[in-house]
Design a protein around this ligand. Structure first.
Ligand SMILES: Nc1ncnc2c1ncn2[C@@H]1O[C@H](COP(=O)(O)OP(=O)(O)OP(=O)(O)O)[C@@H](O)[C@H]1O
Length: 352
């Protein structure tokens, strides 16, 4: 996706001036309430016309004030999924899903509905009335309906807000996989750093109607960690689950890590680990109740407010620990030194 935006819009007392260029398959849109995220989405979708400027998608103008171009929403081929899935209540799941597809010319249809129903795990719900769906099911139907219109871009405006935490994190990998499989680029608005990091790598930061910067979700997580209760949160992508009595182990790069057992633990998953739950040792501890003990090399250290953030290389995988400055001095922690990283199985919390 190549999206170029250079527009202005006055909405009452709110003035929005957006000038940015995105070149990636997905991007988050992050910013405080009232910073203009939805206004941006509305201008892209054609629901709110800018006062001036130009928007192009893959080189094709969607809006060009000077040239008098302002394509109608249905001509833009941009799908929108909102926080509340606006479904047609009089239609069943199948007819909701097929609604956009039926209005898309045959030669533009790029997605096989049966394949998509399976990917979104909706096959068993096709004949059900949408009034009898759960929140997560409704969101999946709204997403499927938008995708079946074979859009060039999908705008997701807080699509997971309102779902409970467990369901939200279960849906995310599913969503990413479906977007990748069907090669549909997306912009994703969310107030949650965690959701944003799991959904995209790039993120547009909005402030007072302007793009403050285009950065990565990882950089955003690092820059805002000091104000978070538990500091920076590591995301660890685990695979190859194995049962070990009342514990589970997963592969993380070349390391095998132990987590507390849960009934529905998947084969692969993302786990979170607070940087403040990691303990560093100079030498291998003699005996410890903690299940996870790794050798690491210090890549960098950075003083943040009251703590030192230590970036560690664990055989090619990155971990961030936050320790007090006195510990850094006592352990002789500096770039290039090695140390032992220790954390409890229970410090690893499953996200997806
Ligand atoms: N039609 C309108 N008339 C006047 N002001 C408006 C109109 N639509 C939006 N605004 C104002 O524009 C500002 C930006 O709104 P917008 O919905 O884009 O923010 P947002 O970043 O999406 O916020 P949130 O995270 O709360 O959804 C807000 O101050 C809002 O009150």
């Amino acid at each position: 996706m190549r999206l170029e935006i250079d527009v202005e819009k006055q909405l009452g007392a709110f003035f929005c001036r957006i000038d940015c260029r995105l070149e990636s398959e997905s991007c988050g849109v992050f910013g405080p309430s009232g910073s203009g995220k939805t206004t941006l989405m509305n201008m892209l979708a054609g629901l709110v016309p800018p006062d001036r400027g130009r928007i192009t998608l893959d080189g094709v103008p969607l809006f060009d004030h000077r040239a008098g171009i302002n394509h109608k929403p249905e001509k833009r081929r941009i799908g929108v999924v909102f926080q509340h899935a606006f479904l047609f209540e009089h239609l069943n799941v199948r007819n909701n899903l097929l609604y956009g597809m039926k209005r898309t010319p045959q030669q533009r249809r790029s997605i096989d509905p049966v394949h998509l129903f399976r990917a979104l795990d909706l096959e068993h719900l096709l004949e059900r009335r949408v009034t009898r769906l759960s929140g997560g099911e409704r969101q999946r139907v709204a997403l499927g309906r938008a995708m079946l219109a074979s859009p060039r871009l999908i705008l997701l405006d807080e699509p997971l807000t309102g779902l409970d935490r467990a369901l939200k994190f279960r849906i995310i990998p599913h969503l990413r996989q479906v977007f990748t499989e069907f090669s549909i680029p997306y912009l994703f608005i969310s107030h949650s750093h965690q959701e944003m990091r799991l959904m995209t790598k790039d993120v547009l930061i909005m402030e007072q109607g302007q793009v403050a910067r285009l950065t990565t979700t990882e950089e955003l997580a690092r820059s805002t960690a000091a104000s978070a209760d538990r500091g920076y949160t590591n995301f660890l992508e685990f695979e190859n689950r194995q049962d070990c009595g009342n514990l589970l182990t997963y592969q993380w790069g070349t390391n095998r890590l132990t987590v507390v057992k849960t009934v529905d633990a998947p084969e692969s998953a993302v786990f979170s680990l607070s940087a403040r739950d990691i303990v560093l040792f100079k030498r291998h501890p003699e005996a410890s109740s903690a299940r996870n003990i790794l050798v690491a090399t210090v890549r960098s250290t950075q003083l943040t407010d009251w703590l030192v953030r230590v970036e560690l290389d664990c055989y090619g995988r990155t971990l961030i620990a936050e320790i007090v400055p006195q510990s850094m001095v006592e352990l002789g922690i500096r770039p290039g030194t090695s140390c032992i990283v220790v954390f409890k199985a229970s410090a690893l919390r499953r996200l997806t």
